[in-house]
Design a binder for this molecule. Structure first.
Ligand SMILES: C[S@@+](CC[C@H](N)C(=O)[O-])C[C@H]1O[C@@H](n2cnc3c(N)ncnc32)[C@H](O)[C@@H]1O
Ligand code: SF4
Length: 405
């Protein structure tokens, strides 16, 4: 969702899928609902999100109804293609989904459930900023069928939160997590490490605070300096230091050690869960290449090898749907070689890794070198899989290059 949209081929105005797609309704189906609103834009963030002054006439209060019209279109398109099946996972992401009234999120979930069905035991996640979660919001969401809340904690240290332009106070995270738990929701927290001015001791304090929350799941992301953000400009002008790769590597190792000691196991380079059941099934669906429909401006979709993405601005999105047209801006059908590269890129970052058989034949002999460098687990390789070691997780991009170049 970050940065400009890809170019791709033009998408059909009615959104129909090509007749020759190899649809397989036994593949899990997920729905991503993008909520493109934030109160302020954090200096590091280039997600497709808009503050109230950037909406160019698009109305937050009309958003649920607009997105529900895309749900209607998706139902028609998937039914015509023989691809309809219940949703295994639903994810409200943003932006800040909890900036909308909880009733709007409930209405969208109800519309998606009546259009596609919701599988027994489905995972339904809502991303939330700590400032926007009250006990009433959490209870409304839980009553509507939400099962999980992902809270944007980022840090527990005030000067780090300030350098990230975060508006919440550390104690708001505690109240938000308590509200979610009291409502019966599973809880994940998002952390960022390597912010300007953040020391290893600061990061340790954030990890300790995250562990004290007793969540079920933690995501910890190295701060990425995205082009076009305020933070990138500040770094270019020399106003704030560039994050140091070695410090970020130390921070990753500390995170893994602390989280492991606190009862969490890694299952993707940036994700830890207490039990396999508490892993994010929605994100695993992306990494494993399942089918999903992404609703909302700038959202990406994938069905049976076909990808498409929606127009980026909420005003353009609303105009398309008001004219009964598909909001898709472009589409592409990657060839077999691109699909293999993408599978390696995504699967090698998760704990189960990738079967050595799936690595292009010409590159398989490189696995021995990766084992010798301590990047790939030798025992897993004997079982026929490429799985990253801790050092391999730190250098995951280099491992992927070795397997694909
Ligand atoms: C789109 S945000 C949604 C959650 C909510 N808006 C919030 O920020 O609390 C999802 C997560 O992406 C991560 N993120 C966004 N920009 C990032 C960046 N430049 N580098 C690393 N992580 C980033 C943050 O941890 C954030 O919680
Ligand atoms: S609140 Fe979340 S989505 Fe919004 S600008 Fe900040 S990080 Fe990005």
């Amino acid at each position: 969702m970050a940065g400009p949209l890809p170019l791709g081929d033009p998408a059909p105005a009615d959104g129909h899928l090509p007749d020759d797609l190899p649809i397989d309704t036994s593949v899990p189906f997920s729905a991503y609902l993008h909520i493109p609103f934030c109160t302020v834009r954090c200096g590091y963030c280039d997600f497709n999100t808009y503050t109230s002054t950037e909406l160019r006439g698009a109305k937050q209060e009309d958003y649920a109804s607009t997105l529900i019209s895309e749900i209607g279109l998706a139902r028609r398109v998937l039914a015509d293609a023989g691809a309809l099946r219940p949703m295994d996972t639903v994810f409200f992401g943003g932006g800040t989904p909890t900036l909308l009234p909880a009733g709007d999120l409930a209405r969208m979930l109800e519309a998606a459930t009546s259009a596609f069905g919701l599988a027994e035991g489905a995972e339904v996640t809502v991303e939330a900023n700590p400032d926007t979660v009250t006990p009433a919001v959490a209870r409304t969401l839980a009553a509507a069928g939400v099962t999980r809340m992902s809270v944007g904690m980022q840090s527990a240290v005030p000067h780090v939160l300030a350098s990230l332009d975060r508006t919440h106070r550390p104690e708001n995270v505690t109240t938000a997590v308590a509200a979610a738990k009291d409502a019966g929701l599973a809880v994940s927290v998002d952390l960022i490490y390597g912010a300007p001015g953040e020391s290893l001791a600061d990061w340790e304090a954030s990890l300790d605070a995250a562990l004290a929350l007793e969540s079920d799941h933690v995501s910890a992301y190295a701060l990425i300096i995205e082009d076009g953000t305020k933070l990138a400009r500040q770094i270019r002008r020399g106003e704030v230091p560039t994050p140091d790769d070695d410090v970020q590597a130390d921070m990753y190792e500390l995170a893994d050690a602390r989280l492991a000691a606190g009862g969490f196991d890694w299952y993707e380079v940036s994700n830890w869960a207490r039990t396999p059941e508490q892993r994010s099934r929605h994100n695993l669906a992306y990494w494993r290449g399942s089918d999903w429909w992404g609703f909302g401006p700038g959202a990406h979709s994938h069905v049976a090898g076909l990808r498409w993405w929606n127009v980026k601005h909420p005003a353009a999105y609303a105009q398309r749907l008001a004219a009964s047209e598909s909001p898709a801006a472009g589409t592409e059908r990657p060839d077999a070689e691109s699909r293999t590269l993408e599978r390696i890129l995504l699967l090698s970052r998760i704990r189960e890794g990738i079967a050595i058989d799936e690595v292009p034949t010409a590159n398989r002999s490189r696995v021995a070198g990766l084992i010798a460098d301590g990047l790939v687990d030798p025992a897993a390789a004997i079982r026929g899989r490429v799985q990253l070691t801790l050092r391999g997780r730190l250098l995951a991009d280099a491992v992927v290059r070795e397997l694909t170049d």
